[in-house]
Design a protein around this ligand. Structure first.
Ligand SMILES: Nc1ncnc2c1ncn2[C@@H]1O[C@H](COP(=O)(O)OP(=O)(O)OP(=O)(O)O)[C@@H](O)[C@H]1O
Ligand SMILES: [Mg+2]
Length: 142
């Protein structure tokens, strides 16, 4: 259990960039927090930490974007438009939540109530004011 206060979008990116160092193929990162909390900003930092230079944008309509990183693909999911576990399964996204053949990062992760893999890490971004966010995580380390 821990938290980190980010004072800018750049600090949120740097926090996620540092986290990227500990990720390997099969790692799953979940992101929670309201609209505009900074989930996509977080993914930008993660992507940078994985050597991805492609522009990262929210896959709200695509549901899934993938980018080629130095340690294999980064799968970027956004479950905002999905309401039930069955919809997640029907969209063909379950393997990305369970056992991805790369690193998965999932915006609106709380839409999925099914099981998560061992080592799963969830980060919740809380908007404190216009530029300040509290990033809360419930696992030891980082
Ligand atoms: N400390 C901060 N951390 C992250 N983003 C910040 C911070 N301060 C300001 N921002 C701004 O807040 C916005 C966050 O947008 P972002 O798209 O990352 O949110 P989101 O959580 O992905 O929203 P959505 O649920 O719509 O996908 C950006 O415009 C960013 O510049
Ligand atoms: Mg987003």
């Amino acid at each position: 259990m821990g938290s980190y206060i980010s004072h800018s979008a750049a600090e949120t990116e740097a926090f996620a960039e540092a986290l990227a160092r500990s990720l390997v193929v099969g790692s799953v990162i979940g992101l929670a927090g309201d609209l505009g909390a900074g989930k996509t900003q977080f993914v930008k930092g993660l992507a940078r930490g994985l050597g991805i230079t492609e522009r990262v944008h929210s896959p709200t309509f695509a549901l899934l974007n993938s980018y080629e990183g130095v340690r294999g693909p980064l799968f970027h999911l956004d479950l905002y438009r999905l309401e039930t576990d069955q919809q997640v399964i029907d969209a063909g996204l379950e393997e990305y939540l369970h056992a991805p053949a790369g690193i998965s990062v999932i915006e609106w992760v709380d839409r999925w109530r099914g099981p998560m893999p061992q080592g799963y890490r969830r980060f919740e971004l809380e908007t404190m004011d216009e530029r300040t966010r509290r990033i809360i995580y419930d696992h030891p380390g980082d």
